[in-house]
Write a protein that binds this ligand. Structure first.
Ligand code: COI
Length: 354
């Protein structure tokens, strides 16, 4: 069913594609939908992009009952617009909802709403290589109440932001600091959920890493402080002696869609792949033995992000002399090829918008 659309009275100027950066510019319209116990999710609509008027006692501000997603719309060489695995994002959104005690929404309807929003904002999808329209669906708890309990009412909103590269480095190796001082999440907590608390937990460590000249933090497990988990805004992969290795999803790691896509592609190519516990010592030992071929992160925002340096306490390793490795490059080309409609999609990952 067609959504009710209220058009913005003034439209914003569109920045040049080479001035986009990440998450700083927002389009003219947004999606809104509300939840109340007696009505369920209701009143889905497209409104002008605008500030949210919120009572200071709103639950989300105090106890962080909120979840979000990140996905992208891409422009193909023919000028068409397409989404990459949006169903996977929407089903992860509902899994996050469950962990945060937020009511489920209908995923098929949500996909329909998302397509309509993007169709309204189609002129905002940039076309230069590596640029896209970042999509940020969010749900916030809207009860006005200071009790620590699940809200009865919610707002689901989606905002759109034309973006370039997530990292200032672009598709070039970044430097990562393994934190021994902080942990992100522990098993049976909410580490698997895409929720604000996990990102709040990362800010201090991220600030310390930035001060020391590092782009991101690599987290170790919260219990033994030994096994690699993930990077600030990405999952992490290692190529060790020709095998692609990534930490198994253990309850405290975010189940990344790009992570899953990389695993599917590598398996499709017949590459040896393993999802398992991997200790930080194993990484440094593999490097000593000359077997650490490549390290890279994966994420919707970052795509594939090669890692050129890893610091763990006083030990520093340099990977591939700070150059992009062949597997990182091949995966980047293959994934972006499908996302941007330049390559066949044997996996059925693409959903056209128009
Ligand atoms: C994404 O990759 O889409 C994310 O949500 C990471 C974000 C913190 C930029």
């Amino acid at each position: 069913m067609a959504l009710k659309v209220t058009k913005a009275s003034t439209l914003k100027p569109h920045p040049a594609d080479d001035k986009l950066g990440f998450g700083q510019i927002f389009t003219d319209h947004m999606f809104n939908m509300d939840y109340a116990p007696e009505k369920g999710w209701h009143d889905p609509r497209i409104d002008p992009y605008a500030p949210i008027s919120a009572d200071p006692a709103m639950l989300v501000f105090h106890y962080g009952q909120t979840i979000f997603e990140g996905l992208k719309a891409y422009r193909t060489p023919e000028g068409k617009i397409q989404l990459f695995r949006p169903q996977a994002n929407l089903s992860r959104f509902n899994r996050s909802a469950e962990m945060l005690c937020i009511p489920h929404f209908d995923e098929a309807e949500a996909l329909e709403h998302l397509k309509q929003l993007i169709a309204v904002e189609k002129d905002w999808v940039p076309s230069s290589l590596g640029t896209s329209l970042y999509i940020r669906p969010t749900i916030i708890a809207t009860d006005i109440y200071l009790g620590v309990t699940a809200s009865k009412t919610y707002r689901f909103f989606t905002i759109l932001s034309p973006v370039g590269a997530y990292y200032a480095e672009g598709f070039a190796p970044i430097k990562i600091l393994v934190t021994t001082e902080h942990v992100r999440a522990s098993r049976q907590g909410i580490g698997e959920a895409k929720t604000a608390a996990n990102y709040a937990a990362s800010i201090l460590a991220g600030a310390k890493a930035a001060k020391a000249g590092y782009t991101q933090v690599l987290w170790l497990d919260a219990v033994e402080r030994k096994y690699v988990e993930e990077v600030g805004s990405m999952n992490i992969f290692f190529v060790i002696d020709g095998e692609l290795v990534t930490p198994a999803l253990n309850g405290s790691i975010l189940p990344g869609i790009t992570r899953d896509s990389v695993l599917s592609m590598a398996r499709h190519w017949g590459m040896p792949v393993s999802e398992r516990n991997i200790s930080i010592d194993e990484i440094f030992e593999a490097n000593e033995a000359g077997k650490l071929d490549e390290v890279f992160g994966t994420g919707t925002a970052a795509v594939i992000s090669p890692v050129g340096e890893l610091r763990y306490d006083e030990k520093v390793i340099h990977i591939r002399k700070n150059e992009v490795g062949p597997i990182s490059q091949k995966l980047y080309d293959a994934i972006t090829g499908i996302q941007f409609g330049q390559a066949e999609d044997p996996f059925g990952w693409i959903v056209p918008v128009d």
